[in-house]
Design a protein around this ligand. Structure first.
Ligand SMILES: [Zn+2]
Length: 89
């Protein structure tokens, strides 16, 4: 089972709300400080609740950013905008 410690060095976690399409970056550093590195991702998912509509979507996206992504991109961790997907409408 994947834990917070498995994720924090090379991955970003985004909580996704299907009803309102809100996407929020999950703050792994804060979760580890609060729950410890052994805390399972599955339990994070179970506890997700949309701040916008209040629904429990329990959907997450895991984005690989690589070990360097953390060192060079810490400022991005404070940016709640997810990577966008281009669509031709
Ligand atoms: Zn929502």
């Amino acid at each position: 089972m994947q834990t917070l410690a498995d994720m924090v060095h090379a991955f970003r976690l985004y909580a996704v709300c299907d009803p309102c399409h809100r996407v929020a970056l999950v703050d792994l550093d804060t979760l580890i400080a609060r729950n410890g590195g052994d805390y399972p991702i599955e339990r994070v998912r179970m506890r997700l609740k949309c701040e916008s509509c209040g629904k429990r979507s329990q959907a997450i996206r895991i984005v690989y950013v690589g070990p360097e992504g953390r060192a060079s991109g810490f400022r991005y961790a404070r940016n709640s905008q997810p990577p966008t997907v281009d669509r031709n409408c």
